[in-house]
Design a protein around this ligand. Structure first.
Ligand code: HEM
Length: 407
């Protein structure tokens, strides 16, 4: 090799951060609906605007994946800190991860990447970093914990397995290509090795694209359209639901994430008639419309009764019990990922339930307790993992994740 750096060296190492902003094209979440069928699957040819447009800008007020459309493939890794990792060491890890995030998000190898060819543009790769409650018992961090950021109390229907619960740090990596996700996780976990080691990993998938390539809400493995009642990114409702506006100054523009691994019993679900399945939620399977409406976005009519005087959306229907009008206006922003777990010939299926909200204790917990007490879906669902993370705000060029907390 001559003394002149190759294009890959230039982009993959020294040039990573600088080239990032130029290459990504700066597409943010709200632009995806407009992009329609151009928003994915370039798979590394690296040429042409449609491909580059799928990369998501790593910089901004918020970590970008929160408000972006659900990725087709995602992995979550929770890590626990090693004994010697203090506040300063955590800052070093965040700087390393930030360099990785900027490079990988732009489709370029991370610094020191051992498999640089696996970094490709055009796959909408995002990395979200979270901090678990125990981070805030480290010396120097105790007075900076976001209010209510505690492990959730165990619900009566929970059957929690420690193997899927808790964690000091979270990496949530998503992309429209599974190879890219696996590669990014490998890189980020390797860089974390001196500081933290994986506690659990979860892999999930979602299809948020209709047959004609336009964005759709997507379905869970019961077959239900799942996500219709969410506040829409870019609206004031979304902003007040998701982004922290009070609490510690470093956390403004951050959010909290609840991760619940929920096993779904597809065998007993399949024994129900279609109308029994629809009554359990209060929405139609065909298009996700409320049982009182015709289209997915129609408002639920929670008072409507049928000819026999029975509520059309039943008393214990999931969509009724979780609706904000029944919960003192409390809202959350849900982004599920389907999962399957194969062991030999057997398969477990479920939902990696992800919920973003400004305040876990104020918004999420009362809703969870209400559903635990009465939700029709409890008969076919069992939560087997639970974790809570603070998602720091985003960072600008030259900044890094959680700098305002750790510097
Ligand atoms: C495997 C477990 C679950 C399944 C299969 C499921 C499925 C659904 C479905 C099909 C809907 C209706 C469509 C929609 O608005 O998205 C819905 C709505 C909703 N779910 Fe769940 N859900 C599950 C767990 C949970 C949990 C644990 C919570 C919160 C603690 C929750 C909170 C909500 C909320 C807030 C809505 C929107 C209600 C509205 O405002 O219309 N869900 N869910």
């Amino acid at each position: 090799m001559t003394g002149r750096p190759s294009r890959r060296q230039l982009f993959g190492y020294a040039g990573a951060a600088a080239a990032g902003a130029a290459i990504t094209g700066g597409v943010v979440a709200g632009d995806f609906a407009a992009l329609g069928k151009d928003n994915g699957n370039g798979n590394g040819s690296g040429n042409g605007p449609a491909v580059l447009a799928a990369d998501i800008d790593s910089y901004g007020d918020h970590q970008p994946a929160v408000a972006a459309p659900s990725p087709k493939h995602a992995e979550l890794v929770a890590l626990n800190l090693l004994g010697g990792t203090d506040k300063a060491a955590l800052g070093r890890l965040m700087r390393l991860w930030t360099a990785d995030i900027v490079a990988l998000g732009a489709g370029r190898p991370a610094p020191g990447d051992t498999a640089p060819e696996l970094a490709v543009p055009g796959v909408a790769l995002t990395v979200t970093v979270g901090l678990g409650p125990r981070i805030f018992i480290l010396p120097g961090l105790t007075s900076f914990k976001p209010g209510g950021l505690d492990d959730l109390p165990v619900m009566s229907h929970d059957r929690l397995d420690p193997a899927w619960s808790g964690g000091d740090l979270l990496l949530l990596v998503g992309a429209d290509d599974a190879v890219s996700v696996v590669h990014a996780v490998r890189r980020l976990v390797a860089d974390a090795a001196p500081f933290a080691k994986p506690a659990w990993r979860q892999t999930g998938f979602w299809n948020g694209t209709g047959p004609d390539g336009t964005p759709v809400t997507g379905r869970n493995l019961f077959g239900q359209v799942d996500g219709s009642g969410n506040p829409a990114p870019g609206t004031p409702d979304f902003d007040t639901t998701v982004w922290s506006a009070d609490g510690p100054a470093w956390f403004r523009g951050g959010t909290t994430l609840v991760v619940r691994r929920i096993r779904m019993n597809l065998d007993t679900w399949d024994e129900l008639t279609r109308s029994e399945q629809e009554r359990a939620v209060g929405r139609k399977l065909s298009n996700g419309a409320p049982l009182t409406g015709a289209t997915e976005r129609d408002e639920l009519d929670l008072e409507k009764r049928d000819a026999d005087g029975r509520l059309v959306i039943a008393e214990n229907a999931h969509a009724r019990l979780s609706h904000h009008s029944e919960n003192d206006g409390r809202r959350i922003f849900r982004k599920g990922l389907n999962y399957v777990q194969d062991t030999g010939a057997t398969r477990e299926s479920g939902l990696i339930f992800l919920s973003y909200q400004a305040d876990v204790a104020g918004q999420f917990l009362p809703l969870l307790a209400r559903l635990d007490a009465a939700d029709a879906l409890n008969e076919w669902t069992t939560t087997i993992g639970s974790a809570v993370f603070a998602i720091p705000p985003g960072f600008r060029e030259g900044g890094w994740v959680a700098r305002e907390l750790l510097e």
